[in-house]
Design a protein around this ligand. Structure first.
Ligand code: NAD
Length: 353
């Protein structure tokens, strides 16, 4: 396993260091893991004047998988747009052709109190959202702002080719096979031709997965159902725009941003794995951050890139155990629990493993 480790900015280095502890444990048990670290985001700008330095991109291309912390910080907000940390992130996703974004929304029963929804609605929640990441209205041409009939108009193009829909469909059906064998395709086929094609291709691909129960839902209804009774969903597949909104909403069902991992995959299951949260400049450098989203991202790497389900389960079970034992970083702390630092949480996971 050749891994590119890209800690990034803010709390990035602190949380990634905890995931590296887990990797070092596995290495000490005999796993053949090579790790190389490189700067990205603001750290890339500081090191090489570029949020995605050439050497970092080369390392990421040559690696089997990438583990990323987070990028960004107030220090870089005044830079020209192409030099900003977030641009490095967008570019690496595009350069590695990471078209399938996997965002689980899961909630450990012990943390149900952290959600803004009633505990019985969210306790035990386990949804996987597969969002298409490199197409749709974000990339479709033509786009622009121009003057028509004496006033400015802004326009974008919602566009999907059938091959783009087919490849993300295959990823989603494959994931649903490993989960509850239920897939919900979310679109707006009652109004949009682009969605009509999306739905038709989903139905075509479903013929190769007879075990999967496929359903279709309009995005407005999906948003409502997600708040009303989210546990009805197992795996959701949707386009870039709808997925952007739905996955953020779903992640908040669990109420704990420091707990949620993500994966972005290419056609060969190579992936970049990162927590969904940002660089948290307000707590950076204070050993306060919750490293569990990053450690759970590592578990996803084992599950999806290396198909090593046993190790993925082992890491996830260790996280469940430390939560059950009552260890809490500040973001998930409630009265009566044991408050721990970022590095103590990392150590607890290693011990639980
Ligand atoms: P953020 O996710 O960094 O922080 C939001 C809040 O959640 C903060 O109060 C923070 O302290 C807290 N938080 C986040 N992660 C935490 C963790 N692991 N443990 C404990 N608390 C945690 O979002 P923001 O404040 O809007 O953005 C800060 C910077 O991060 C900006 O520069 C932004 O552009 C960048 N950002 C990067 C990514 C990424 O790298 N993928 C994603 C979002 C934002």
């Amino acid at each position: 396993m050749k891994l590119a480790i890209l800690p990034g900015d803010g709390i990035g280095p602190e949380i990634v260091a905890q995931a590296v502890k887990v990797l070092n444990l596995l290495k000490s048990e005999g796993a053949a893991i090579e790790m190389e670290t490189a700067p990205i985001g603001g750290a890339g700008y500081d090191a090489a004047g570029d949020p995605l330095p050439e050497a970092t991109l080369k390392l990421a291309r040559e690696a089997d998988a990438v583990l990323l912390g987070a990028v960004g910080g107030p220090r870089y907000d005044a830079l020209d747009r192409p030099l900003r940390p977030e641009r490095g992130l967008l570019r690496i996703r595009k350069e590695l052709n990471l078209f399938a974004n996997l965002r689980p929304a899961l909630l450990y029963p012990e943390l149900a109190g952290a959600s803004s929804l009633k505990p019985e609605v969210v306790s035990g929640l386990d949804i996987m959202i597969v969002r298409e990441l490199t197409g749709d209205v974000y990339f479709g041409q033509p786009r622009g702002i121009e003057v028509r009939n004496g006033e400015r108009v802004g326009f974008n193009t919602m566009l999907y080719s059938e091959s783009e829909v087919r490849r993300v469909a295959r990823v989603a059906f494959g994931i649903a096979m490993k989960r509850g064998k239920k897939l919900c395709s979310v679109e707006k086929a009652n109004v949009l031709e682009c969605s009509e094609l999306w739905k038709a291709v989903m139905i075509e691909v479903s013929r190769d997965y007879p075990e999967i129960e496929l359903c279709h839902m309009y995005v407005d209804n999906a948003a409502m159902q997600m708040i009303k009774w989210p546990k009805q969903f197992d795996t959701i597949v949707t386009g870039n725009l709808f997925g952007d909104i739905l996955s953020d909403a779903a992640s908040m069902l669990s109420g704990s941003i420091g707990m949620l991992p993500s994966a972005s995959l290419d056609e060969h299951n190579k992936g970049m794995y990162e927590p969904i949260h940002g660089s948290a400049p307000d707590i950076a450098g204070r050993n306060l951050a919750n490293p569990l989203a990053t450690i759970l991202s590592l578990a996803m790497m084992y599950r999806y890139t290396f198909a090593d389900i046993a190790t993925a389960d082992r890491i996830e079970n260790a996280v469940k155990k430390v939560i059950a034992q009552g260890y809490r970083t500040v973001d998930i702390f409630t009265e009566g629990a044991q408050k721990v630092s970022c590095s103590e949480m990392g150590d607890a996971v290693v011990k639980a493993m």
